[in-house]
Design a protein around this ligand. Structure first.
Ligand SMILES: *Cc1c(COP(=O)(O)O)cnc(C)c1O
Length: 337
């Protein structure tokens, strides 16, 4: 794949050679199948199409200087997909099966893993859908688990640059006891209108507040929220936030670096006192925030035009581990051979 412009390929669907599929029928998972088709043959009454029985994951593989390909924390993605399955009553993909499928998907598309130093990586998308035909509202008896991959460019092709968020109280992403903590497509459908509004105003995402009281910070669209204040890493504790594996990793690295880590309710007014603010997730690792605009109160919070020192350190450390440039002291990476 020498001909790809790795730095500028962006984040979009791109065809690769193979994808991995596994069917759940009669109460058990079948063998992994390797497919070269981009299409599925689905029953028109499949529960994923009508009642949202769909969960996905997102993780990445990175080419090291040593020529080894490392996948980041895939067992954690397996566990999170199991939690999503529990949340919307789908068959669970065992961790071993999940990891085997991810490994095989990477192996079958090795030539698409971007070279070390390009800042690009191989994005891995596991998907679980209910495929059995039902018209009454009930869980499917049959499921398809798939893994496909695609090379994606660096999130910041022009360098690590802060963006802006907007608070729009009129919209909720997830209900307090709803599906916010599961990685399911329904949450994304529910966020499209607010997301479009944010993009139209040139904001990178909506900063959602808790749906019940609109008093506490929840998360930033498809990424978790964190802030730094007085040598403390602060991130919201909420039942409707998706447990980000990047955020979990940053909390650990912050602790390693001597920061205090607080996972607690974060009142909106506290935005005033933060020294650094960021959104975190697999796509960008950290997307530093320079400004948050509260549209309802016509109020703005400013954090400086350059990424803060702690955000920069955390970002470099985590990327270093992912690319194999830094020692993986927590055992987060798996080399695919
Ligand atoms: C996937 C996702 C994240 C980020 O999780 P990572 O495991 O860090 O990629 C954050 N919020 C939402 C809503 C998500 O779907």
């Amino acid at each position: 794949m020498e001909n790809l412009d790795w730095k500028n390929i962006g984040f979009g669907y791109r065809k690769t050679n193979f994808n991995i599929r596994c069917w759940y029928k009669n109460g058990e998972w079948g063998p992994l199948e390797v497919s070269d088709s981009e299409y599925l043959n689905l029953h028109m009454a499949a529960t994923c199409l009508h009642y949202g029985q769909e969960a996905f994951e997102g993780l990445k593989a990175f080419m090291g200087k040593d020529g080894k390909v490392r996948v980041f924390r895939m067992e954690d993605n397996a566990r999170r997909m199991q939690s999503s399955s529990e949340g919307i009553l789908m068959a669970e993909v065992p961790t071993e099966l999940f990891c085997e499928a991810v490994g095989l998907a990477v192996k079958k598309n090795m030539e698409f893993v971007p070279p070390h130093g390009s800042g690009a990586s191989l994005y891995i998308r596991p998907l679980l859908i209910g495929t059995g035909p039902e018209i009454g509202v009930k869980p499917s008896g049959e499921y398809l688990f798939m893994v496909f991959v695609m090379p994606v460019g660096p999130y910041f092709p022009e360098g690590f640059k802060p963006t802006e968020l907007v608070i729009l109280r009129k919209y909720d992403r997830a209900a307090p006891q709803g599906t916010g903590k599961y990685k399911v497509g329904g949450n994304y459908a529910a966020s499209l209108v607010a997301g479009k509004k944010a993009k139209a105003g040139h904001y990178s995402a909506v900063l959602y507040l808790d749906s019940r009281e609109k008093k506490y910070i929840d998360e930033c669209g498809p990424a978790n929220f964190f802030a730094i204040k007085d040598d403390t890493y602060i991130t919201p504790l909420s039942d409707s936030v998706l447990p980000s594996i990047t955020n979990m990793s940053l909390m650990q690295l912050a602790e390693d670096m001597g920061l205090k880590v607080e996972r607690r309710k974060v009142p909106v007014e506290e935005l005033e006192s933060f020294q650094e603010v960021g959104a975190c997730g697999t796509a960008a690792v950290i997307s530093p925030i320079k400004r948050i605009y509260d549209e309802d109160l016509d109020k703005e919070y400013l954090y400086g035009f350059d990424p803060g020192p702690w955000s920069t350190k955390l970002y470099q450390k985590l990327q270093g581990i992912q690319y194999g440039d830094e020692p993986d002291t927590h055992g987060w990476t798996t080399v695919i051979e």
